[in-house]
Design a binder for this molecule. Structure first.
Ligand code: NAD
Ligand code: UDP
Ligand code: UDP
Length: 354
């Protein structure tokens, strides 16, 4: 197999690769499920840029081909329209398993572009988390690939520990409106560890905290995309509840670096990947105003059920074992997504869609 520049030492093989090859390193074949989505497409950019072969599997449920259009035609890139709920046969070194529609709770309250019912969405969601994860683990087992699951800070529920460490088991309502996301990802983590212990699959688990950046879905109702789009459209910023709940926002390139460090490292995890900078939603609205439009107004709306009151990662484990920490603060990161959002909103306004 061809060598690429870089300092890593990998090859095709049973353990996801660890074959020393001298100064260069073997070119890897990597699958990214959900690679047409927000995080996935940035990850694909990084993997292609460093010289590896990438296969994206996506059913375009919440992702868009536009996010990958710059790779179409590149012989090292392949895009497969496929639902991970169905089995698939591939030969690869590594599997980044991101496929999962964004939290259904967002769609419930922001059904702008959702053409299926909320219940249909829920069943699709469960199937993706359980059957999709099972299929990707079965694939990893058969070919001896290394498997990385993108789990979520939502596994901590409405946390009683603050900040949250990986050792915290969480405070999740199993029958609540947002529980299918929390419990779906908890099940996916359980499956991942079962395959690790029972079938010796090499696995990695990332617990991702709120992430933002260019290519975020415009209509999934997440707070950063909502506020940024609202400020651009000259609409009031919608703050849910009293706006005193907190989140910690991570810029997407920091996350991508963390995912790659985790995949290449020697530790299973789980690892929190997030930026510990904690903001109330009112503070976030203020930063968005300062960044985009100081004259923007704020409108209060009722909050969603079971909304976590606070969330902030303890990242000491990732710092010490992966030598990773985020570099981009909210004030630095927000301006980096504005022009891309402006472009898409303008396209929409002109009726081109995207
Ligand atoms: P996204 O919706 O932009 O991307 C998910 C991708 O998965 C989409 O391209 C979608 O079409 C695809 N997909 C969904 N179901 C599929 C299926 N059954 N088969 C094939 N493809 C399917 O979301 P994102 O924000 O990029 O999230 C990526 C991953 O990171 C997800 O697993 C998500 O749970 C996790 N995560 C994200 C955040 C965040 O703040 N963005 C936070 C925590 C966890
Ligand atoms: N699977 C897959 N691709 C493969 C190997 C397995 O999609 O290359 C799927 C397979 O169809 C099954 C799941 O992964 O639904 C779990 O596979 P495993 O071999 O662990 O379990 P089994 O097939 O024995 O139930
Ligand atoms: N939120 C808000 N206005 C919005 C969208 C969300 O105030 O337009 C709040 C939401 O109630 C929650 C926080 O922002 O308290 C983060 O919401 P998001 O859906 O982005 O992420 P998650 O709840 O999954 O952490």
């Amino acid at each position: 197999r061809e060598q690429v520049s870089g300092s890593g030492i990998y090859g095709f093989g049973k353990t996801g690769g660890r074959v020393p090859v001298g100064i260069g390193r073997r070119r890897l074949r990597i699958v990214v499920t959900g690679g047409a989505g927000f995080v996935g497409s940035h990850l694909v950019d990084k993997l292609i840029e460093r010289g590896d072969d990438v296969i994206v599997i996506d059913n375009f449920f919440t992702g868009r081909k536009d996010n990958l259009v710059h790779h179409l035609g590149n012989p090292r890139f392949e895009l497969i329209r496929h639902d991970v709920v169905e089995p698939i046969l591939l030969e690869v070194d590594q599997i980044y398993h991101l496929a999962c529609p964004a939290s259904p709770v967002h769609y419930k309250y922001n059904p702008v572009k959702t053409i299926i019912s909320f219940f249909q969405f829920l069943t699709t969601f469960h199937k993706t988390n359980v059957m999709g994860t099972l299929n990707m683990l079965g694939l990893a087992k058969r070919i001896g690939a290394r498997f990385l699951l993108t789990s979520t800070s939502e596994v901590y529920g409405d946390p009683l520990e603050h900040p949250q460490k990986e050792t915290y088991w969480g405070n999740v309502n199993p029958i609540g409106e947002r529980s299918c996301y929390d419990e779906g990802k908890r099940t996916a983590e359980t499956l991942t560890m079962d395959y690790h212990r029972g079938a010796e699959v090499e696995v990695r688990i990332a617990r991702i905290f709120n992430t933002y950046g260019p290519r975020m879905c415009l209509d999934d109702g997440r707070v950063v995309s909502n506020f940024v789009a609202q400020a651009i459209r000259k609409q009031p910023l919608t703050v849910y509840g009293d706006g005193k709940q907190t989140r910690s926002f991570q810029y997407v390139s920091d996350l991508v670096n963390g995912l790659v460090a985790l995949m290449e490292g020697e530790h299973v995890g789980p690892f929190n990947l997030g930026n510990p900078g904690e903001f109330t939603m009112l503070e976030l609205a203020q930063v968005v105003k300062e960044t985009i439009d100081p004259s923007a107004t704020i409108e209060f709306r009722p909050n969603t059920a079971d909304d976590p009151h606070k969330r902030k990662p303890d990242i000491s484990k990732a710092k010490s074992l992966l030598n990773w920490e985020p570099k981009i603060s909210l004030r630095e990161g927000l301006p980096l997504m504005v022009s891309e959002f402006q472009k898409r909103i303008l396209n929409e306004d002109e009726g081109k869609g995207y």
